[in-house]
Design a protein around this ligand. Sequence first.
Ligand code: ADP
Ligand code: MG
Length: 514
Amino acid sequence: ARSDGLEGQVSGARVIAQALKTQDVNYMFGIVGIPVTEIALAAQEVGIRYIGMRNEQAACYAASAVGYLTGRPGVCLVVSGPGLIHGLGGMANANMNCWPLIVIGGSSERSQETMGAFQEFPQAVRSSIYGRPGACYVDIPADFVNLQVNVNSIKYVECCMPPPVSMAETSAVRMAASVIRNAKQPLVIIGKGAAYAHAEESIRKLVEQCKLPFLPTPMGKGVIRDNHPNCVAAARSRALQFADVIVLLGARLNWILHFGLPPRYQPDVKFIQVDICAEELGNNVRPAVTLLGDINAVTKQELASKKSLPMNYYTVFYHVQEQLPRDCFVVSEGANTMDIGRTVLQNYLPRHRLDAGTFGTMGVGLGFAIAAAIVAKDRNPGKRVICVEGDSAFGFSGMEVETICRYNLPIVLLVVNNNGIYQGFDTDSWKEMLKFGDATTVAPPMSLLPHSHYEHVMTAFGGKGYFVQTPEELQKSLRQSLADTTNPSLINIMIEPQATRKAQDFHWLTQSNL
Ligand code: ADP
Ligand code: MG
């Protein structure tokens, strides 16, 4: 029982503290004075940590950093007048940093009859963390702090939910994927918005799967570790200067990033800007693609969209290289297939690479593979033969699959299928084209029948056949083929019909086919 006869009564300060606690606000920094001392005491009573500082500015910096680190706003408690004015520096800093913060100032008395429900807090908490995070100020009149109210008259608004997560428009996601894919010198810039968004997992996946170099801003550091092989921080200026596509993840094109303008950047660099704040999009430069949404969600959208896009040579060889046994024979023929395969597929032993050779002959692949498999059988049982064929190259000696099956040689045949010689057409364009005339008159001589199921050549003779369109399917079928040491297999890998190799830096190389 209370001696003051205020049974069932609580102070305004206690209501404020409880309202904060209910909103999952757990840290308060400040300097006490009239009339806010009671608020600090009440905060401690309800389990909020109170850290007394020496200047409101530092208190405000601290409270905003707590907001950045935890995602729930910290409180900076100040007295009115000079206290609030000192706090302004911290509020401005929080706002510029896009960090959530609540500043509570005590002002002079107001003649206020009752207090009732306390609505400002949920609103302040919500607006500090929803949309672009930032600072909020709540002004508490002195008489509110000491007012006694009946507990039963108070209704705390329940804890506001974490900010809703928004995704970007689907067409923009697809457009961004295509711009990234066609980039020659892409660069990802990771800002503190990405850190605040907890997007580390998805960004790392994007960077690794798309083999993208990245550069952190000062506070974007650590979203992906600084010693990651794709980190180009050591060559920051060059990375900025030579990028043709830049993916901006939660970083603004302000002075820290030289405004996104020449001479620090290419004049025609394409920016793909991801930000939660619509007003930020298009600041200083006109982006090629804008993605309005939460960085984590948008990065996941990009990853998903990448999966639905057809593979290109580099994706295919990247996944093949990952699984190839180091001591295997690699046989390869085709145009782009052999050409790009040369740069990506590794050999570790002499006399273990066989390809179109001096004469540039197409059709040698299956014969070479059979020879390697026979030799391996005699001399190194268990050693594998991988035969990487373009779809056109495969056609020159595809019937040797019967030979492979007859002698039960566990060769793994990969047909990198782009529906043509050098390049081909997708099924829809092919059908569209045939509306204009007979294939002999309208089809480019380079094209082969789209969507051909070359794997059936293998199944026809009892081997294993796979038709794959995604990296996952490729990984899985290759794993199964390599695990099977007795049967031959053929993996028909569909890639983008128009896929080519990356543009060459040296103009005299661009005409080369081999
Ligand atoms: P840096 O200093 O690292 O360059 P900036 O402060 O310039 O970073 O930019 C951070 C950007 O991140 C701001 O434009 C902000 O709107 C944005 N941002 C904050 N949180 C998110 C989020 N969850 N998703 C997307 N963008 C966010
Ligand atoms: Mg920035």
